[in-house]
Design a protein around this ligand. Sequence first.
Ligand SMILES: Nc1ncnc2c1ncn2[C@@H]1O[C@H](COP(=O)(O)OP(=O)(O)OP(=O)(O)O)[C@@H](O)[C@H]1O
Length: 234
Amino acid sequence: MLRVEDIDVSYGDIQVVWDVSLEIGEDEDIVAIIGPNGGGKSTTLNAISGIKSIDDGRVTIMGEDATSLKKHEIVDLGFVQVPEERNLFPAMTVLENLEMGAFPKRARDKQEETLREVFELFPVLEEKQDQQAQNLSGGQQQMVAIGRGLMARPKILALDEPSSGLAPKIVDRVFETIDQISSDTKILLIEQHVDLALNLAERAYLLEGGRMVTSGSGDELADSEHVKKAYLQD
Ligand SMILES: Nc1ncnc2c1ncn2[C@@H]1O[C@H](COP(=O)(O)OP(=O)(O)OP(=O)(O)O)[C@@H](O)[C@H]1O
């Protein structure tokens, strides 16, 4: 469904991602990328979704070469990213923000149906659909951002630190939702809550200093001495 092969990515003359490869297979529902701040996770994700250009290597999405495609073409292939900053339109209503997500053709035709599904997943958004996004709590804004991603009817939904800035109780709720979504849509998850991410993911990749250090099943990484020492100790 997604194959990233040996990509290099730079900002100007400074290379920050080296030879990164990763994959989401047909039978995997949730794949995680973990690693320290500045490790290159967001850059890798932005390179896959066409926000950043790729210097070398190849990205294949749903069997199509996506290496040089533009953002909207990558959304058309079914890869949709929910950015860490959420990027909501603060003065627009919840409903308007959600509707903005339904821009690909396949999504426009099913907009009403998808909206009902999003409201089933997040009942609070139905209650608050006429409120401005800026008046929602952080957790509710994250639900709008995820809901807007789902409105595009993705085959793969990429979530960049969805729990960022949220209270622990809300983080648990977001993770429950990710688990629910993953029964229909593949998830590529970047997370700082390494324990929760490894618990949920079938496969995880550890990215440090812009290089892929190791990968394995969520359980394998959770058992690795390096991961335990660097990411799982309180
Ligand atoms: N717009 C930018 N211009 C220049 N350098 C950048 C830019 N964005 C990120 N970098 C650098 O690229 C490297 C990788 O950053 P990236 O944001 O991809 O890491 P990350 O693993 O997602 O970390 P974080 O969790 O802090 O977002 C870092 O050294 C960072 O300083």
